[in-house]
Write a protein that binds this ligand. Structure first.
Ligand code: ADP
Length: 689
């Protein structure tokens, strides 16, 4: 059971001369208390009917009504129940009405006595724009507005009593007798048989008024003092509200800024910061959609990764959002200022300025497409700037026809948040760079310490040998000639080893730090193999080498590489193969082309001492030597394969080792791009740069 029409609406129909006016909640509270106090102070036994929108409003006043009920038996209190409120006759009559009833938006108080009468019949206005759900500020509650009448007009009071009794009897028909009694005592003409109110009085209230007649807000008003008092109250209320609003706006601004700052302190992660900011800003500005994205002025599009959305508004999440073709974005870049279109139906011409890429009409088309596709009715675009550099954009959209506009105060708030957000983002960005730099430095430091430790050890060993030899030579002048010769040869060999070590170490450092200048050419592989072979033979003149066979066709496609470095790799691999293979063994160089990958695969196989399968990857580590430098019978720095891997990787290929195990020979393979492999060529170019 609900009654959709308000008491005020019905009263205005019945008594046409009354004109409702606006009351703030605080004024109604003051008036209601004054009326209740009047009842408590007089000896009259009036009829009192009060309606409360909800139970908790009533609970604040319940003690007053108990006191009133001690004075008069005709007290009726109506409210929409929340927890305990129900129909009851305990202290006075309580009537629990349906919360969907029009009464749940009303504020009514009627006092009808023998000596005087007054009534307050009001209906709450739509305060949705006024009471901000996110604000805890109590002042805004006081600013709620009602429309209605407050009068001493007896006739109006009687009419109000009739309307209120009808509501009471609808919910509590068993009170018919009590109500009947009231109608007799207070002279109310209520037609209870038909359950309808008395016939409509067309004429305004007239001489039938037995008591004081003072209708606030109508022409019959007779009390200028009360009128002035009310006007004064209302005016102060307006001033208060203005002050409350400005404080609330300040508070909201500060709160938002605090939230964003604290999120920054919590994470320093731009993603996290934007996530918080987009949600808070969207909520605070009552936007249908809020977007925050990072971008640069030259970006063509932005991917939307953070969004605040009201229910039933189309989501832009993960969509590609055009920037280059959007004249509004271009305008923001140009002016470094916000762009705000209150109503997208009326697109201002100056915002459609043509760019070097688009004409004015193309610009209009692209905006209109976005507006219609994403149902944008008002659009605010705010740049995130730091020292004039664009870091990103904040966008607020209202969608659909019944959108509201943002005031200048609100757009200023967005700007304040944008400034804070920019600072936060720049700090996060700096922090990220710092982190990266730190990590790089740490890695560099680790490498440096490793290298110092290893190189120190590797260099100290031959140096000690040289020192011992030279000391012996200088301190023992009588040393036999043969021994002197041995000492000298050992010192020379170790000096040579040190020279090679320093040379290889420098080469590797240059390669790793990217300080090598590459000279990429089209080369016949066979030529490089021949050069490498000559170099290996020249270095091993005194040593008997295993049998070396070259199975490389001159028909193979040209390779794309730096000739010097390719020869260096081949020489090192061949040198190793010879080093670790007996003179009776064999070394074979083969090369095959794989058409599918546009690469040549070069293999250097030997029948030498082989490599344990578990060590096949370790041999490419710096200073890896199976038997350790001291115990080795063959020369070497332990850096050769590390250099080969660096060179081949930089040239766009791969290098790896295979072996069936100890004494079963090894195969070293590497790939190298051939001419025509444009993709590899590009990748390589990138790496080399
Ligand atoms: P080194 O100067 O010691 O040769 P490399 O980096 O060239 O340094 O090689 C590292 C280690 O890999 C060698 O010391 C050796 O133990 C192993 N190795 C390299 N080539 C071969 C091969 N062809 N046969 C067996 N072992 C090899």
């Amino acid at each position: 059971m609900t009654i959709p029409k308000s008491v005020l609406a019905e009263l205005v129909l019945e008594v046409q001369h009354i004109k409702p006016q606006i009351y703030f909640k605080s004024s109604l509270t003051a008036l209601s208390h004054a009326m209740e106090d009047q009842v408590l102070a007089s000896s009259d036994q009036p009829l009192v009917i009060a309606t409360f929108q909800r139970e908790h409003f009533y609970r604040q006043e319940a003690h007053r009504y108990r006191r009133i009920a001690n004075l008069t038996s005709q007290v009726y209190v109506l409210a929409a129940p929340e927890t305990e409120f129900k129909n009851s006759s305990e202290y006075y009559e309580t009537v629990a009405f349906n919360s969907k009833d029009a009464l749940s938006r009303e504020w009514n108080l009627l006092v009808l006595g023998q000596q005087y009468s007054s009534c307050l019949i009001c209906n709450e206005c739509d305060n949705s724009g006024l009471v901000d759900e996110t604000s805890q500020f109590n002042g805004m509650e006081q600013a709620r507005r009602f429309e209605g009448i407050w009068t001493f007009d007896h006739q109006v009071c009687v009419q109000s009593a009739i309307l209120l009794f009808h509501r009471i009897l609808k919910y509590r028909p068993e009170l018919k007798k009590k109500v009947q009694l009231a109608t007799e005592v207070y002279g109310i003409n209520l037609d209870l048989k038909k359950g309808k109110k008395s016939p409509k009085k067309k004429s305004p209230s007239n001489g039938k008024n037995k008591q004081t007649s003072a209708v606030i807000g109508n022409t019959n008003f007779h009390d200028p003092f009360a009128q002035r008092l009310v006007t004064y109250l209302q005016a102060s209320q307006y001033k208060l509200i203005k002050a409350y609003r400005s404080i609330a706006a300040q508070e909201q601004k500060q709160r938002l800024i605090n939230i964003i700052s604290s999120s920054m302190r919590r994470s320093l992660d731009p993603d996290e910061i934007i996530k918080v900011a987009v949600a808070e800003l969207g909520k605070a500005l009552l936007a249908d959609r809020c977007l925050i994205y990072q971008c640069r002025p030259t970006d063509e599009i932005a991917t939307i990764t953070h969004e605040y959305l009201r229910p039933s508004v189309k989501s832009l999440l993960n969509q590609l959002w055009p920037l280059k073709e959007n004249p509004l974005f271009q305008k923001v870049i140009q002016t470094k200022e916000r762009v705000y279109i209150e109503d997208t139906i009326l697109l201002p011409e100056d915002l459609l300025a043509k760019t070097s890429e688009t004409t004015k009409s193309q610009g209009r088309n692209s905006i209109e497409n976005l507006i219609s596709q994403w149902e944008i009715s008002s659009w605010l675009i705010m740049p995130l700037l730091y020292q004039g550099r664009l870091l990103g954009i904040v966008e607020l959209h209202n969608c659909g026809s019944c959108s509201h506009n943002w005031s200048e105060e609100q757009t200023d708030l967005v700007e304040a948040i944008a400034t804070q957000l920019s600072m936060t983002l720049i700090q996060a960005e700096t922090y990220t760079h710092l982190e990266e730099l730190n990590q790089q430095l740490e890695a560099l430091d680790r490498t440096r310490s490793n290298l110092i430790a290893i190189t120190g050890h590797e260099l100290r060993t031959p140096l000690s040998t040289i020192q011992v030899c030279l000391e012996s030579l200088s301190q023992e002048p009588d040393m036999p000639e043969e021994l002197r010769q041995v000492m000298l040869e050992t010192a020379l060999a170790d000096a040579d080893r040190m020279r090679n070590l320093v040379q290889d170490f420098l080469t590797l450092s240059h390669l790793e730090s990217g300080r090598v200048e590459w000279n990429i050419e089209h080369l016949p592989l066979l030529e490089c193999v021949d050069l490498a072979l000559s170099s290996v033979r020249a270095h091993n003149l005194e040593k008997e080498l295993p049998n070396i066979t070259t199975q490389v066709s001159s028909e193979l496609p040209l390779v794309l590489a730096d000739g010097e470095w390719l020869v260096e790799v081949l020489s090192k691999l061949l040198d190793n193969a010879c080093k670790f293979t007996q003179a009776e063994g064999k070394v074979i160089i083969t090369a095959t082309s794989s058409n599918s990958e546009n690469m040549l695969e070069v293999t250097i196989s030997d029948t030498g001492r082989g490599i344990e399968p578990a060590r096949l990857e370790a041999v490419f580590d710096r200073f890896y030597q199976e038997e350790g430098a001291l115990r080795r019978s063959v020369g070497g720095t332990g850096l050769g394969l590390a250099i080969c891997r660096q060179v081949i990787t930089r040239l766009g290929g791969k290098i790896w080792a295979e072996s069936a195990g100890k004494d079963r020979g090894s195969q070293f393979h590497f790939t190298i791009p051939i001419v025509g492999n444009s993709q590899k060529q590009q990748e390589m170019q990138k790496k080399l740069n």
